[in-house]
Design a protein around this ligand. Structure first.
Ligand code: UDP
Length: 242
């Protein structure tokens, strides 16, 4: 229970954090103050009794598709992108532990001297011990994104919801950065999000969440305590429901 008496709506969640969320106002890389702020928010979510898995992106360092545009073979470029997610995961793990909460990085791309290899069993074991599980390496395969990784892990770890942290406070009819007439949806179905081509998560991720009837909460990571607010149904967000 929180200070104002509200309770988290979900028992186990997967939070999707893009690399961009960790770079703050910088053009790339990690902003340690922002990483610490997000880590404190995640630690508080865990202290409310929610089992928290986090899938981190890598776009603040490298995206495969951009490497491919510059002439790197796509599968190779995606390998570099997956490594970028591991850097973010390790930084986040350190910050969460510093905030007083136990955390473990599990990577879909095994690198045992840095972190544990991902397995469903290991992830469930750590979640059961109230450790925050940080999932690096996306799906472990090229030609995918960490959004799809988040939907996949959300399904296989039986999460009640996917919390998709973005730079804006929900899903809009168009990109609000470029279109002042864009309107925000309070709720949507997965089918509507796919049919209207609302580019907040990729279609593969939406389709997986739809098939497995997992709600997606789309919210802005910019405010303090944004993750706990989304867990408690506070603040502005779009709820994508079956
Ligand atoms: N990636 C991949 N397979 C996956 C997940 C990610 O190959 O299952 C690579 C891909 O190149 C991607 C990069 O890792 O561009 C970083 O992930 P993403 O673009 O999803 O990061 P975000 O935009 O969330 O920061």
């Amino acid at each position: 229970m929180t200070d104002d008496g509200s309770k988290p709506k979900w028992r186990r969640v997967v939070v999707k954090l893009s690399g961009e969320a960790l770079q703050g106002d910088q053009s790339h890389g990690l902003d340690p103050a922002v990483v610490d702020k997000i880590a404190r928010d995640l630690a508080r979510a865990a202290s409310l009794g929610v089992e928290v898995a986090v899938v981190v992106g890598g776009g603040n360092f490298f995206r495969g598709i951009q490497g491919a545009d510059k002439g790197i073979e796509r599968a190779r470029a995606d390998s570099i992108g997956m490594l970028a997610t591991v850097m973010n995961a390790l930084a986040l793990e350190y910050a969460i532990e510093k905030a007083g909460q136990s955390a473990r990085v599990l990577s879909a791309v095994p690198m045992p001297s840095l972190c544990e290899p991902y397995s469903r069993q290991a992830a469930l074991h750590h979640l059961g011990k109230q450790r925050i599980v940080i999932l690096a390496g996306g799906t472990g395969n090229p030609f995918f994104t960490t959004d799809t990784g988040a939907a996949l892990r959300g399904c296989e770890l039986s999460c009640d919801a996917i919390l998709k942290a973005t730079q804006v406070d929900g899903v809009y009819s168009a990109d609000p950065k470029y279109n002042p007439d864009a309107t925000r949806y309070d709720t949507l179905t997965h089918d509507e999000a796919i049919a209207r081509n609302l580019a907040v998560m990729d279609t593969a991720a939406f389709a997986l969440a739809r098939e497995n009837k997992i709600p997606i909460i789309v919210f802005s990571i910019r405010s303090d305590g944004a993750i706990c607010d989304a867990l408690e149904g506070k603040g502005t967000a779009t709820l994508v429901m079956p």
